[in-house]
Design a protein around this ligand. Structure first.
Ligand SMILES: NC(=O)c1ccc[n+]([C@@H]2O[C@H](COP(=O)([O-])OP(=O)(O)OC[C@H]3O[C@@H](n4cnc5c(N)ncnc54)[C@H](OP(=O)(O)O)[C@@H]3O)[C@@H](O)[C@H]2O)c1
Length: 343
């Protein structure tokens, strides 16, 4: 009798015992096809051991360097604070590991661009962890827009906020790349670029800077896609809330929980093609329950194993950072800023 072959898997290691990793991403990766989480590292060996034991991860390393030297690791997930993304992504790729790095992939576009050279030189996959891009609600929204289901796409508006003024949180540390725009505004930019399937020519941003932390606690933006507009607000010291509206000449689509889509219940999209303000013509699209972090891990693992393209290549991450840079510039200058300044 033939021995049953084990399906091919990517063996993942994790750099840092971060909250997002232990609470959401690692458990989701452990349920993903083609994926095995085999190691976790911390700057503190005891923390790595404790986390490995709690999550059922076979190996714990007392330094990030030790995990990168582990020959049984094919790819690493990097959930470190933002200012460490580029340096550890570079070191991981140079150690022969593929990389899934948390958003935002860099502090600015210049830093992000250096990763293109790293990827080309090492041949490793490098992907920014915008898990939303794998979620069926966003794929459905894009398909509907592309098929003309809203008529001609004209506008998009988004909101993403939470309330956290803990000075020790990485989001409130300027040197770590904190602030609303980098932490959650990046989703508004990413999804606008995805739905319009284009880059904005110019942007306008306005930020309120927290005097204690020196990071933006409220940023609002307009992205001008040649006469079609995406507007958005992100805030770190207001009530937790998120919503997206996509509006065309003949319809409107609303994403109820666009970013932190729940893994334990279906997502709902609201489609209104009647324009009746009382909502009599509203259709609700209910999507199957899924875990966007699992889908993210499966997609990248499959791409690594099959040598197939990623749905969001590194160039997309660089373009997102270009737009974020322009918004930050605009909030300083008070002017519209072109997204790709002359270099
Ligand atoms: N995709 C998403 O849904 C999502 C959600 C939340 C956050 N994120 C992203 O994930 C990243 C981490 O966020 P988080 O809230 O999980 O952060 P966190 O809980 O503060 O964890 C960051 C980890 O980085 C390590 N680290 C290394 N140097 C550090 C330093 N100088 N200061 C602090 N920590 C340091 C620490 O691990 P050790 O001490 O164990 O080495 C720490 O546990 C950020 O880039 C954030 O934007 C993504």
């Amino acid at each position: 009798m033939l021995a049953r072959q084990k399906p091919p898997v990517v063996r993942w290691g994790v750099l840092g015992v971060a909250r997002i990793a232990t609470a959401k991403v690692i458990p989701a990766m452990q349920r993903a096809c083609h994926c095995e989480v085999v190691a976790i590292a911390s700057r503190d060996g005891a923390r790595a051991e404790a986390s490995a034991a709690a999550l059922g991860i076979p190996r714990a390393h007392g330094s990030y360097e030790a995990l990168l030297a582990d020959p049984g690791v094919d790819a690493v997930y990097i959930p470190l604070p933002n200012h460490l993304h580029v340096s550890w992504t570079t070191r991981a790729a140079e150690a022969g590991k593929h990389v899934l790095c948390e958003k935002p992939i860099a502090l600015n576009a210049g830093e992000a661009r250096t990763l293109l050279e790293v990827r080309n030189r090492t041949g490793m996959r490098i992907q920014e962890a915008f898990m939303i891009r794998r979620h069926p609600q966003w794929l459905r929204a894009r398909t509907l827009v592309d098929a003309g289901g809203l008529g001609d796409l004209r506008a998009m508006s988004g909101f993403f906020s939470y309330n956290n003024d803990d000075a020790s949180n990485v989001r409130n540390v300027a040197a770590f790349g904190g602030g609303a725009l980098l932490d959650i505004g990046c989703y508004l930019v990413n999804t606008a670029r995805f739905i319009f399937d284009a880059e904005p020519a110019r942007v306008s941003g306005v930020s309120d800077i927290d005097p204690r932390f020196g990071v933006d606690r409220l940023t609002s933006m307009i992205l001008d896609f040649d006469g079609r507009h995406a507007i958005g607000t992100c805030g770190t010291q207001v009530q937790y809330y998120q919503r997206i509206q996509i509006v065309g000449t003949e319809g409107r689509l609303e994403l109820e929980i666009p970013f932190n889509a729940p893994a334990d219940r279906p997502c709902r999209l609201t489609l209104d093609r009647t324009g009746d303000v009382h909502g009599s013509g509203i259709e609700t699209i209910v999507l199957d329950t899924c875990n966007q972090y699992t889908l993210q891990a499966e997609e990248l693992s499959r791409a690594i194993l099959d040598c197939s393209p990623q749905s969001a290549p590194l160039e997309d991450a660089v373009a997102n950072m270009e737009c974020i840079d322009a918004l930050a510039r605009s909030s300083r200058t008070g002017q519209w800023e072109p997204v790709k300044p002359a270099r």
